[in-house]
Design a protein around this ligand. Structure first.
Ligand SMILES: [Fe+2]
Length: 293
């Protein structure tokens, strides 16, 4: 879907059709040199996984092979004209893909909800999506033909894209993009491994938003203080990860230690770093990437 979004705008904005990437309006946009001049053709998206939410988002992620960097971009012209979300198209997903894409959607819900740019409206959507994913992902992982669970995940991954198109994402994605681009790890799997580490580090200093998310997602936290409620959410995420076979550390993804400086550099310059609920220093980010390895 992201490739279609990019190709669509590249074709519409190319003054010399068939021109090489060096003269590319898309790369000009990627590096902030020039905006697109015209929208693309009407684009219809039919998601076959429940994860990226690209069918309802203003985002497209691309890799620049010249630098091996994965870049998330947004533009109002990346919103598709039509989204056809049919859980039957997602019924055949194997369990590992269900797990990875579902954790990507959960990461979107969580990062949008706790973002400093969140609003009551974006939080209503993100909290609802998080509840659906926490309640249904393990079910769909164990029984791929469970259409009730597949429908809930299809709805959650699509609806949360409306929230993160407003708020942007967070540092889990900041760390995950280089793991994908340089380490060849699937995006959702990278997010899934990184998510509990970033949550735990944020909860240490700023549990409030996580406690509110626990409440919004329907976890049993009534009467608990912010620290305790945030911990309920974190242990639910850890429990779900274990149930669906997500490794706990980056080293278990077959990555060598040499990749860590690149991961750190990308996270430090991540475009949504400022909307993290915890204002990490560069040194704190370095410690964090080290502990998650
Ligand atoms: Fe994502």
């Amino acid at each position: 879907m992201d490739c279609a979004k990019a190709a669509n705008l590249q074709a519409a904005n190319s003054t010399r059709p068939g021109s090489p990437w060096e003269a590319s309006p898309f790369l000009d946009f990627v590096y902030g040199r020039k905006a697109f001049k015209v929208p693309g053709l009407p684009l219809a998206c039919l998601p076959t996984t429940a994860g990226p939410g690209s069918e309802l988002s203003n985002a497209a992620v691309t890799i620049d092979p010249a630098t091996d960097r994965k870049l998330g971009l947004s533009s109002p012209w990346f919103f598709p004209s039509l989204a056809l979300v049919d859980p039957l198209l997602q019924e055949g997903m194997p369990p590992a893909l269900t797990a990875a894409t579902g954790m990507d959607a959960l990461t979107h819900a969580l990062e949008s909800f706790v973002s400093r740019r969140a609003s009551p409206l974006s939080r209503a959507i993100a909290g609802h999506a998080a509840g659906l994913i926490l309640a249904n992902l393990a079910r769909a992982f164990k029984a791929g033909d469970d259409l009730e669970a597949r429908s809930a995940l299809a709805l959650a991954s699509s609806e949360v894209a409306m929230a993160f198109s407003q708020t942007g994402l967070g540092l889990v994605h900041g760390f995950a993009h280089p793991v994908g681009a340089r380490g060849g790890v699937a995006h959702g799997l990278a997010n899934a491994v990184i998510l509990p580490w970033v949550c735990a580090a944020c909860i240490e200093t700023d549990p409030g938003a996580y406690a509110e998310l626990a409440q919004a997602a329907g976890l049993p936290v009534t009467g608990l203080g912010p620290e305790a409620a945030a911990e309920v959410l974190l242990s639910r995420i850890r429990g779900l990860s274990e149930e669906i076979g997500i490794p706990r550390r980056l080293s278990e993804l077959g990555l060598s230690r040499e990749i860590l400086p690149a991961i750190l550099a990308d996270a430090q310059s991540y475009r949504n770093r400022a909307s993290s609920p915890r204002a990490f220093t560069d040194e704190e980010l370095e410690k964090l990437v080290d502990s998650m390895y």
